[in-house]
Design a protein around this ligand. Structure first.
Ligand code: NAG
Ligand code: NAG
Ligand code: NAG
Ligand code: NAG
Ligand code: NAG
Length: 291
């Protein structure tokens, strides 16, 4: 039984090797108890695995259905559609018939690898608008969701880095809106295309209709801007290359890949109600269920 209980450390755990990614569950994982089991290593799961394992006393297991080969994901020119959609990194979902699309079903790519969809997306770094966040605050009655209150946390994520070609980026984004100490590296394009100068020229001539926006991550997204991408030194940045990479060598974090959670199961009873803190899993879509 793979169960999450309040801090049950075994002698083996203390001797555990660093940076372990398990491709299949070794018996020691099955015998272990974790304080926290996280299902899915995408944008949410990888961040949680990093932050929760900062406390060396908290034993964390991260389970991902896809594989571990996120370092091998290429940035490919027309982006996602050419190589990553319908690849071994994609769940290959298709939507239900969409009324607004003349009832067509369309592919709905979702990442199937450490990093999840951050490993197969188009790498555009795009915050919400001031209005979006302030509306969350209004609707929830919690000022903590407002743009002003969230910005310090956005700065913990964001790290503006030099573009691949090292050009002078003055006038291509607003440095005051970015941090230099976040965990996710971003950059403006390392090469420009002929269309870029034409777009900027049009923006200068028709500034009423197509205003130049120095930084579309200011909370005001309207206008023409230089794109900010989750790219660093010509390589894709994902929640695995950032949040997981930082946490890999912690002895209190285990990562199990190629593993689909099939059920949440009780580990006992609390006050007469089932205590749902265990997981059942399989290593292929039709594979045997464990336990
Ligand atoms: C990445 O590109 C290189 C060179 O084009 C190729 O050899 C390699 O197989 C590619 N990797 C993936 C995961 O597509
Ligand atoms: C998605 O489709 C590709 C191409 O057929 C395949 O290689 C891959 O295994 C599929 N993904 C899953 C999660 O089954
Ligand atoms: C889409 O499907 C719905 C339900 O079957 C049907 O009522 C509707 O007429 C269809 N719309 C189009 C544009 O075919
Ligand atoms: C980058 O360009 C700006 C504006 O042209 C200039 O003021 C600045 O000195 C340049 N920075 C470097 C490092 O050359
Ligand atoms: C873990 O990785 C960090 C950053 O790469 C490094 O500073 C630290 O020494 C490593 N710790 C161990 C125990 O290897």
């Amino acid at each position: 039984m793979l169960a999450s209980r309040l801090l049950v450390l075994c002698a083996y755990c203390a001797a555990q090797a660093l940076g372990v990614i398990f491709e299949s569950p070794p018996s020691e994982i099955l015998d272990k108890n974790y304080d926290i089991i996280i299902i899915g290593a995408g944008a949410g799961g990888a961040v949680m695995a990093n932050r929760l394992s900062e406390d060396p006393g908290t034993r964390v297991l991260l389970i991902e259905a896809g594989g571990s080969d996120f370092m091998n994901l290429n940035i490919s020119a027309p982006g996602l559609s050419s190589t990553l959609s319908r690849s071994r990194f994609d769940w290959n979902f298709t939507t239900t018939a969409q009324a607004g699309l003349n009832n067509r079903s369309v592919p709905y790519p979702r990442g199937f690898v450490l990093g999840g969809s951050t490993a197969i997306n188009l790498m555009i770094y795009n915050r919400g608008t001031i209005d979006d966040f302030n509306r969350f605050a209004d609707v929830s009655g919690d000022e903590g969701w407002s743009w002003a209150r969230l910005l310090p946390f956005i700065f913990k994520v964001d790290k503006m880095t030099a573009p691949t070609d090292g050009h002078n980026t003055t006038g291509q984004f607003n440095p005051a809106l970015h941090s230099t100490h976040g965990i996710v590296d971003i950059s403006v394009p390392g090469m420009s295309l002929a269309i870029d100068t034409r777009g900027l020229a049009a923006s200068a001539e028709l500034s009423q209709q197509f205003p130049f926006n120095l930084d579309y991550n200011s909370g005001d997204t309207i206008g023409l801007s230089w794109t900010q991408s989750t790219i660093h030194h010509g390589r894709r940045v994902t929640s695995a290359t950032s949040y997981l990479a930082e946490a890999f060598n912690r002895t209190n974090l285990d990562i199990l890949v190629n593993t689909r959670v099939t059920r949440i199961v009780p580990v006992g009873n609390v006050d007469g109600a089932p205590d749902m803190r265990g997981v059942q899993f399989a290593q292929t879509a039709n594979g045997g269920r464990v336990p």
